[in-house]
Design a protein. Sequence first.
Length: 412
Amino acid sequence: MSSAGALAELLRLAVRNVGRHRARSGLVVGAVAFGVAGLILAGGFVHDIFRQLGEALIRSQSGHLQLARAGFFEQGTRFPEKYLVARPAEVAARVAEQVRTQAVMARLAFSGLLGNGTADLPIVGEGVEPEKEAELASFVTIVAGRALQAQDRYAAVIGQGLAESLRLDAGSRAVLLAATPDGALNTLDLDIVGVFQSFSKDFDARAVRIPLAAAQELLGVDGANTIVVLLAQTRDTPHAAATLRHAFAGSGLELKRWEELNDFYDNTVKLYDRQFLVLQLIVLAMVMFGVANAVNMAVFERTGEFGTMRAVGDRARKIFALVVVEAAVLGLIGAALGIAAGLALALAISAVGIPMPPPPNSNVGYTAMIQLVPSVFASAFAVGWVATVLAAIPPAWRVARIPIVDALRQNV
């Protein structure tokens, strides 16, 4: 018999044996399905954290992409006046010509002191284009007053933590003090028109946003530090980044993607990826132990059957292969059922949502869902099937080595 024919015969016998021993087959299938469904739910939950965290950072602070003078992202927070982009409106227009965007806006960074007449606190400020920022800031909540508007001149919105520290509210007045590039001190009297809450508690504790024109007047400059790009879809980021890097090569501008601008996101992804890897290993071990126990029991009870097969001429390697193929068939069935159960549970849970408390360093809770991620489904299926096959190898090896006479005694 050819190798293909032998394999087909082995598979036929394995499928028949799986049907004959329904109770133990069901036990193995159930264990595998439970593990696979658990991995799908856990993996989908973790990926939802990644997605919601990424969108919160993009649509409250960084946008999808940022262009700035070379060196700004490393040194610009200390000396933003040394890294100005001249004619930011022209750069923004050129960006819009190269890639499909939802909005492109200029920002001017500065630091200084904000005072309420009796106390001053250090702040991190930004001059922004109000209407364009409104398109980006869908994850920023105005908790008092209103957002900046195009007609505002000497107005500001401040973070909730800063407002509480200085006891400011919408309708209050404050004085902003900052140093110009030549070392002079300049002040602006500002109307606090709104108080906002973003994803980051630290950001809200010191953030001030004023119109770009007011920031340029405060610092005595004409340019901006960054050109922030908001795309229609986050998945377009890699392509847009590659296009803009090529378009601005040699211009003295460098581009950063949102992942590069948010260290917190990168560290969170690494943490949860490692935790999910540990979970996969735990599920792999649990499935292996569960399946190994069921296969050991089945092999012990069928020792006489295997002895009879050996007595009529079947070799030990066929016995070994038969046990392993039976396990592989059970693993495929269990993994497939686990995929179906995981999909159904993911859809049901996502329809309801999982209320979550605020993450570390955040003010805002959120509703978690279970993302349907093809790579998670594939890895869960592989873990379930591989665990089943590996668990069957030791008992298959042991039963194949039992002498024929000892195996036949089990029939007596």
